[in-house]
Design a protein around this ligand. Structure first.
Ligand SMILES: [Zn+2]
Ligand SMILES: [Zn+2]
Length: 165
């Protein structure tokens, strides 16, 4: 059994467009590599800093994420020798040339742990579609009354003109 504890630079594409791990930022690995009958079992955790933006208000957000990893790398070569494709299409990992490629395993673990709709805070209500302020900061915010700044403009343009939202 071997342990792998080190910080590595995060490769590309650890994330989706709205949220993910910055390429080159440190990814802390705390893994155990265990020789088992079928191959090598990798288990442990990977810790990263996730950055992105709120899906509702587009504010930047960042948080630490620790993900559990467990993956078996099997001996033997990938082959499709006529055997029926199993119903469970679970991706198989293989030991190739006496080496294992951890990157896709770590990427899958991290990317699947990312929120589908990241939010800066649970009760984020997004932005006002009229003026762009954070709605959560101003309960009851609405635009029914004419904004005083528009009223001033209206004075300038004469009493017949109308400005509506
Ligand atoms: Zn937000
Ligand atoms: Zn508004």
């Amino acid at each position: 059994m071997r342990t792998l504890q080190e910080g590595v630079a995060t490769p590309k594409d650890f994330g989706v467009p709205i949220i993910g791990v910055q390429e080159g930022s440190t990814m802390d690995l705390d893994l155990r590599l265990e020789g088992v009958h079928e191959g090598i079992l990798v288990s442990g955790t990977v810790s990263v800093e996730v950055t992105g933006e709120c899906a509702r208000c587009l504010d930047p957000l960042a948080y630490d994420l620790e993900v559990n990893v467990q993956e078996l790398f099997s001996y033997g070569e990938p082959s499709n020798n006529g055997a029926a494709v199993g119903e469970e299409e679970e991706e198989q990992r293989w030991i190739e040339h006496d080496a294992i490629d951890l990157e896709p395993v770590l990427r899958d673990a991290v990317v699947t742990a990312l929120p589908f709709q990241p939010v800066c805070r649970e009760d984020c209500q997004g932005l006002c579609s009229e003026c762009g302020i954070h709605l959560v900061d101003e309960p009851g915010h609405h635009h029914e009354v004419l904004d005083p700044r528009w009223a001033a403009l209206q004075g300038l343009t004469g009493k017949d003109s109308q400005i509506t939202n």
